[in-house]
Design a protein around this ligand. Structure first.
Ligand code: AMP
Length: 621
């Protein structure tokens, strides 16, 4: 059973496998190599991928997009608060965890972001299983390099809910570097800069490829910067224009906003190849049509600060890697938004006119690298895979608070992982009986400017003057970038181990187990739905075939008009029954088919070719 690599993107997802000495990108049932990371709930079923995306303009309350932006975040996170205003669906606050209510098959249901991401992952799993013809459980899932601990763990939880065994996680730009460098492992040492600008996230990573070793030198980025932000800028611009023209605020109308966003995204893509794009929407709001256009120059101005920010991040990553621009041999573009001409121009100018590498597919590189990593972790025997080694880094500094406000760093940003470091701390007052360690993530000296991940307490400290007790605090980051923290009182040997982020927007073990069971139930509901719809289609085809056959006068020379209309009436009766019983059990459709067959047989057997027709229809089953 091979292990697969899944690029779980904000906008699209992609799955790949390493087989017979090479990586294959796996197409979905429609033949597409990318599947929209979109889930939609209708009155009849749950849709995932392209079918779900089609629902977005009409069924926007129940069509969930960009869920990666929510994963591992708390409800009060400013990013969540801002995004909520733009989506057509609603976000609820459940003990500071975001939850999404939907109406599914006339029933109200509420989901955590992990469950929605799990549905996308499950779809990718199914895509791989159909392609490979066997059950798949082992997978590597990619995450933006800049994802924090909570976001990584929540992504792993989503994998678990989807029935996957997540054997590893790999940073997206590192995966892209693997895709780029896998067949260049024998070339001389080279420094590669991966510029990964997708739908929702942005990552820059500097990787040194030396023989078969891929060593990340530095990473930087923004977990909330990408194509959707550029779309939103355009949406805001047109909302203002509509207000000026008609004196009405279209932003209060979620449906209108959603339709506008779909058009803006299309216009943005057009602007990558033309200098002008039209945006036209009939009856956008209160029956008013919207007709406008966007020039490439205006689009670039609207996003100037965001585009510039990407270049500043590149400069910072080089500084962190202690490298100059000239030491970078290749600049590799990853993610759909790197097709924007201005982004390419800024990057080329920054690197003094250096050509950008276009040899890898920006949409597939991440899944490609993830599949190679998955094969590597599952000990694939191919020499190509066996040889390569990955050394990634921690994207953010981690530490504990000291003196009530200062950050004491235990793991520095861009430290190679896996990594373990222990630091020693003491008490600040005499006879202190307990000490509270607050774990933070971030680059600022004052903890108030960093992100609190979690805290733990060591109590039962023996009475002693301040500065005498000793506590060892150990930060242990695994190869997936996941942090485990432990604290030990040297005198009492008392230990505290914490799973970071347990109360910061993450799900408990029990919740995950419940969701795994729930996902299994959906799986069987989906299978039942598929079975029913196949049986329904089969009955419908069967009925129409008989009806069309008997309605053709050329076939009815041997029967009376009365007999002919008896069969036609029966067919119409069955078709009417199907319309009223769409969600009936498979066996009801099958028994209706038998009923029709026995009814028609006496008449059809009088016609030459009549029984042959029934036989051929049976074979089609
Ligand atoms: P990814 O997350 O890599 O799948 O990238 C998806 C993002 O790329 C979306 O925001 C798309 O709108 C954007 N995108 C895809 N193609 C283009 C294009 N030709 N020009 C500009 N943006 C694009």
């Amino acid at each position: 059973m091979p292990a697969i690599g899944i690029d779980l993107g904000t906008t699209n997802s992609c799955v790949a496998v390493f087989r017979k000495g090479q990586v294959e990108i796996i197409p979905n049932e429609q033949g597409d190599r990318l599947t929209p990371s979109c889930v939609s709930f209708t009155s009849e079923e749950r849709l995932i991928g392209d079918a779900a995306k089609q629902e977005a303009p009409i069924n926007f309350e129940n069509t969930l997009i960009q869920i990666k932006r929510l994963i591992g975040r708390t409800y009060d996170d400013p990013v969540v608060q801002e995004d909520m205003k733009l989506w057509g669906f609603v976000i609820l606050n459940d003990g500071n965890k975001p939850k999404i209510p939907v109406v599914q098959c006339y029933e109200r249901k509420v989901y955590y972001p992990e469950q929605i991401s799990a549905m996308v992952l499950e779809e990718m799993k199914k895509t791989a299983e159909n392609y490979l013809g066997e059950e798949i459980t082992d997978a590597v899932i990619t995450v933006p390099a800049y994802f924090n601990d909570a976001q990584r763990r929540a992504t792993k939880d989503a994998g678990k809910i989807a029935g996957l065994n997540v054997i590893g996680m790999i940073n997206e730009p590192t995966a892209a570097a693997v895709a780029y460098g896998l067949d260049r492992m024998n070339e001389s040492e080279r420094n590669v800069l991966i510029f990964d600008l997708g739908g929702g996230t942005f990552d820059v990573t500097v990787v040194k490829i030396q023989e078969s070793i891929f060593e990340v030198q530095a990473t930087g980025g923004d977990t909330h910067l990408g194509g959707e932000d550029f779309d939103n800028r355009m949406v805001d611009h047109f909302v203002e224009e509509f207000k000026r023209q008609h004196d009405v605020d279209v932003s209060v109308d979620r449906r209108a906003l959603n339709r506008l966003r779909v058009q803006c995204e299309a216009a943005k893509r057009k602007l990558s190849v033309s200098t002008q794009a039209k945006v036209q929407i009939d009856s956008l709001h209160e029956g008013i049509d919207f007709r406008s256009s966007m020039s490439r120059a205006r689009f670039e101005t609207l996003n100037q600060d965001l585009f510039t920010k990407t270049i500043e991040t590149v400069a910072q990553a080089l500084e962190d890697a202690k490298m100059s621009k000239d030491e970078i041999e290749d600049i590799v573009l990853v993610g759909g938004s790197t097709r924007i001409p201005k982004i390419r121009e800024l990057l080329e100018n920054f690197f003094r006119g250096k050509d950008l590498c276009r040899t890898i597919n920006p949409d597939e590189a991440v899944a490609y690298g993830a599949a190679a990593h998955a094969a590597n972790l599952s000990n694939d025997e191919s020499s190509l895979i066996k040889e390569f080694q990955l050394h990634d880094v921690a994207p953010l500094s981690l530490g504990v608070e000291v003196g009530g406000c200062d950050m004491s760093v235990i793991v520095r940003r861009n430290t190679n992982i896996p990594f373990k470091n222990t630091k020693n701390y003491t008490t600040s007052v005499d006879n202190q009986s307990s000490v509270l360690f607050k774990v933070f993530e971030g680059e600022r000296a004052a903890t108030k400017n960093n992100t609190l991940l979690d805290s733990f307490e060591i109590d039962g400290i023996l009475p002693a003057p301040r500065g005498i007790p000793h506590f060892d605090v150990c930060f242990d980051i695994d190869a997936n970038g996941i942090l485990n923290v432990s604290g030990r009182d040297r005198a009492t040997e008392k230990c505290q181990q914490i799973i970071i982020s347990s109360d910061r927007g993450r799900l408990s073990k029990e919740e995950i187990s419940r969701m795994v069971a729930e996902a299994e139930r959906y799986r069987s509901e989906d299978a039942l739905w598929k079975e029913q719809s196949e049986a329904r289609n089969m009955l419908e085809n069967y009925t129409y075939a008989i009806k069309h056959y008997i309605e053709n006068p050329e076939n009815c020379g041997d029967i009376t008009v009365k007999e002919q209309s008896k069969v036609v009436d029966k067919c119409n009766e069955i078709l009417g029954w199907i319309d009223n019983n769409k969600n009936t059990l498979k066996k009801s459709f099958e028994s209706k088919k038998e009923e029709l067959k026995s009814f028609c047989l006496p008449v059809l057997s009088k016609i030459s070719g009549g029984t042959d027709l029934l036989e051929s229809l049976e074979k089609k089953d």
